[in-house]
Design a protein around this ligand. Structure first.
Ligand code: SF4
Length: 498
């Protein structure tokens, strides 16, 4: 019978507050660190981003095998050290795992990388859909646990706010664990099924179309009903007497709308049941739902009252269409001024198709959001507030896995990053529970010194590149983190008045 090893036979990981004892050949509770021959090692490969070389040599985006480091400085100029797989120095009384120097355009730069442990982080999810997913402030659940809530409905999208301190640490143990797992999967671009209280079930995967109640969402609306009128009024005008764009937010009516008036559309005596906002724009024509234009209706005629007999005429041609063009119907008024459904005329088929053509593909977007404050900054500088100021002054650029991070105004270093722009599997977790996310700070060497940086811990980039276990090609839409135009000092140089 094998004996359970005593803690003395194990090594202790100090990379997070869990402080695992790890036996030889085993990993700790988060699977990020292992005991390899008595040494504590980071399990995931340390990742660098490489730019295509100037000689036109192409790089494969995600390379499996590390290349040999040649010591070539030109090559070093094309490499950026990410924090993915770099490790953590919790509680950051010691310098960050990698602090590297490199030269770009004749400027000495320093990049400090660390895998931050974020107990107070979340993701913002944007789901492109017209469909009503649930009431604002409804609880969003995963595996039955509350992981966030429905927030604002934006223009053609429904926003969810998931995670944050209250779900990660403020609820039950299971709620914290499920929330952390949900954030981890979403951030690593994996699908997650979410249910909204008294609403829909949505499968969200960053960069993919949402699946709402089992149905793949195809189109993001072209605009609200009023905007749709503005965009296509001219194309409809010659072929129809009136158009109603059915929309839960603003239903548009061509004959009353400014666009119709400018074109010379005449009154049709149409009556829309809803709250009139301005001419040709109506709110609350129906309840929110999964029907036409994000309303609960499947028959568009239910939003029409009787046509005014003093104005309308038999034979009046009416197109009704939704904001994605997916639903449409064509009517002509009979002798009693009642709409009778007819086949869509060819000219209108094209204009309905034009609406669909102008719709963006519906996507789920996931932005990771975290505050890079606390002790993490101590791994960068002995005087942490100076790092915050340096970031705010655009002397230091923040990236996550080499992807640009939006830094919120106000206190702290609160960042937001599109997870699809980061290397695959950039995120980890620790069971405290907290998410582990890569974060890099890049600045001029002189600025690093000025903010009290750990100067003696700086190593040449080549030393770090040698340790890289994975190289990924730079994304063309990610600015190169050492590009001078990102820094305030370069902007000042360009401004002759400065
Ligand atoms: S959970 Fe992971 S990071 Fe934390 S102590 Fe254990 S092995 Fe180390």
């Amino acid at each position: 019978m094998s004996e359970t090893p005593k803690p003395a036979d194990k090594i202790r990981c100090d990379a997070c507050p869990v402080m695992c004892y790890i036996a030889e050949g085993k990993t700790g509770a988060c699977d990020r660190y292992a005991n390899e021959g008595g040494n504590l090692v980071r399990v995931d490969p340390f990742t660098i981003v490489e730019r295509a070389r100037e000689d036109g040599g192409k790089l494969v985006r995600f390379m499996d095998k590390p290349e040999e480091w040649s010591g070539d400085l030109v090559h070093a100029d094309s490499a950026f050290i990410t924090a993915v797989g770099a490790g953590t120095t919790y509680p950051d009384y010691k310098p960050a795992p990698f602090i590297v120097s490199s030269e770009h355009d004749g400027v000495d730069m320093v990049t400090v990388v660390t895998e931050g442990i974020f107990s107070y982080c979340g993701v913002k999810v944007k789901i492109d859909t017209d469909r009503h997913l649930g009431e604002e402030r409804s609880v969003v659940r995963c595996e039955g646990e509350a992981v966030g809530h429905v927030t604002t409905g934006e223009y053609g999208s429904q926003m969810l706010s998931l995670g944050g301190v209250n779900h990660l640490t403020g609820g039950s143990k299971k709620e914290g664990r499920v929330t952390c797992d949900t954030l981890l999967k979403l951030s690593n671009c994996e699908p997650v099924e979410l249910t909204i209280d008294e609403g829909s079930t949505v499968i969200v995967e960053a960069g993919k179309a949402p699946i709402i109640d089992g149905r793949h969402e195809e189109y993001m609306r072209v605009g609200c009903g009023s905007a749709t009128i503005g965009m296509f009024a001219k194309q409809w005008f010659d072929h129809v007497d009136d158009v109603v764009v059915v929309d839960d937010h603003i239903t548009g009516v061509l004959s009353e709308h400014q666009a119709g008036k400018v074109l010379g559309a005449k009154d049709t005596g149409i009556k829309i049941k809803g709250r009139r906002s301005t001419p040709g724009r109506y709110f609350q024509v129906a309840e929110p739902g999964s029907g036409w234009g994000g309303t609960d209706i499947s028959d568009p005629l239910t939003i029409l009252g009787d046509f005014n007999p003093k104005i309308a005429w038999p034979g009046l041609r009416l197109l009704m269409v939704s904001t994605t063009g997916e639903q449409h119907a064509y009517f002509e008024l009979d002798e009693d001024l009642k709409p009778v459904a007819r086949e869509l005329p060819e000219a209108l088929v094209q204009s309905v198709e034009r609406i669909q053509e102008n719709c963006e593909p519906a996507m789920s977007s996931v932005l990771f959001m975290g505050g890079a404050g606390g002790s993490l900054r101590a791994g960068v500088t002995e005087n942490p507030v100076k790092l915050t100021r340096s970031v705010k002054d655009l002397l230091t650029v923040v990236t996550c896995g080499g992807a640009p991070a939006y830094v919120w105004p106000g206190g702290g270093i609160t960042v937001m990053v599109d997870v699809t722009r980061m290397p695959a599997m950039s995120f980890g977790y620790v069971p405290t529970p907290a998410l582990v996310a890569p974060i890099e700070f890049t600045m001029r060497r002189e600025d690093y010194e000025r903010l009290g940086g750990h100067m003696s811990a700086i190593v040449p980039i080549g030393d770090a590149v040698e340790q890289a276990g994975r190289r990924v090609g730079a994304r063309e839409d990610n600015p190169w983190p050492t590009a001078t135009h990102l820094y305030s000092w370069a902007k000042q140089k360009k401004d002759p008045a400065a």
